[in-house]
Design a protein around this ligand. Structure first.
Ligand code: COA
Length: 271
């Protein structure tokens, strides 16, 4: 794990953020509650995402949980009696937390969820909103909404269905069961699984590779894949064309070509 002395703190230290060498890291830091997310943490998470989004030096963002036992164990259930006890209260709760998740859903930079331990409920939603999911081999995944009497919502289920298909989505949602990393890998919920001791190094290696590649080309892939996932009628083909043009006219494309011909490593600047 990196040096945490330069970390910025949000939500009373329950959300931490730092950036080194083009890689931003946000840590869910409430290990006593297995990183369960309070509303304050959702809001802090949004602030941390915004800070890294607006930092031009940051090219990729990793999300992770502190304490080794959980990524995020879902929303903080102890707040529900006050903030989410009926439909009206739930709507206000959703308004405050959905805004932060929307930031992640529309994030302009690549995001990686680095998952060690429990990844449950709202934690799954965060992980599924990230572009890529990497997990330690002892992790556990589940959405216990049916055990709590909660409707999981459109966005969460849309991502679940797009990752694992409707049948696995139904099995997970109807039973509230937890699955391990091997099964999560097999059904496409996570992309790679590593031994616990190797997870952070492997995650950083992938993040560093991404941070050294051409930012506009990555943005083009991100925008285009997001449009592929939309219904045809809702697709913004102009956005795909615009980023394609920006890429092909970029100084980075010139640098990429030149570096290849000169047999050296390219130095991309995102323009
Ligand atoms: N909300 C609030 N508190 C939570 C929490 C959550 N989502 N998940 C864990 N905690 C708290 C526990 O209440 C416990 O608090 P305590 O020490 O004051 O008793 C502490 O975190 C540790 O949890 P514990 O259950 O003792 O640890 P564990 O390692 O045996 O199990 C979990 C971890 C995550 C499997 C288990 O706590 C759990 O099932 N949590 C609820 C998950 C859930 O339903 N999430 C969906 C919410 S929408």
């Amino acid at each position: 794990m990196p040096d945490i002395s330069s970390e910025k703190s949000y939500a009373d230290g329950k959300i931490l953020q730092h950036a080194t060498d083009g890689v931003g890291v946000i840590t869910f830091n409430n290990p006593d509650k297995r990183n369960a997310m309070s509303l304050e943490m959702w809001e802090g998470f949004g602030e941390a995402l915004t800070a890294l989004r607006d930092d031009d030096a940051v090219r990729v963002v990793i999300l992770r949980g502190a304490g080794g036992k959980a990524f995020v164990s879902g929303a903080d259930i102890s707040q529900f009696e006050k903030t989410r006890h009926n439909a009206a209260a739930s709507e206000e709760y959703a308004r405050r937390s959905v805004a932060q998740r929307a930031l992640l859903a529309d994030y302009p930079k690549p995001t990686i969820a680095c998952i060690q331990g429990f990844c449950l409920g709202g934690g799954m939603q965060v992980a599924m909103l990230a572009d890529i999911r990497l997990a330690a081999d002892g992790s556990q995944f589940g959405i216990p909404a049916a055990r709590l009497g909660i409707a999981y919502g459109y966005d969460g289920l849309r991502h679940l269905v797009s990752l694992v298909g409707p049948s696995w989505a139904r099995l997970l949602m109807y039973t509230g069961m937890r699955i391990d990393s091997a099964e999560a890998l097999r059904i496409g919920l996570v992309e790679r699984v590593f031994p616990e001791a190797e997870l952070w190094g492997e995650t950083m290696a992938i993040a560093e590779t991404i941070s050294q590649n051409a930012p506009l080309a990555i943005k083009a892939a991100k925008i285009t894949i997001a449009q592929v996932l939309k219904d045809e009628s809702a697709r913004d083909m102009d956005a795909i064309k615009a980023i394609g043009t920006a890429c092909m006219d970029s100084a980075d494309f010139r640098e990429g070509r030149q570096a290849f011909m000169e047999k050296r490593k390219p130095r991309f600047q995102g323009k």
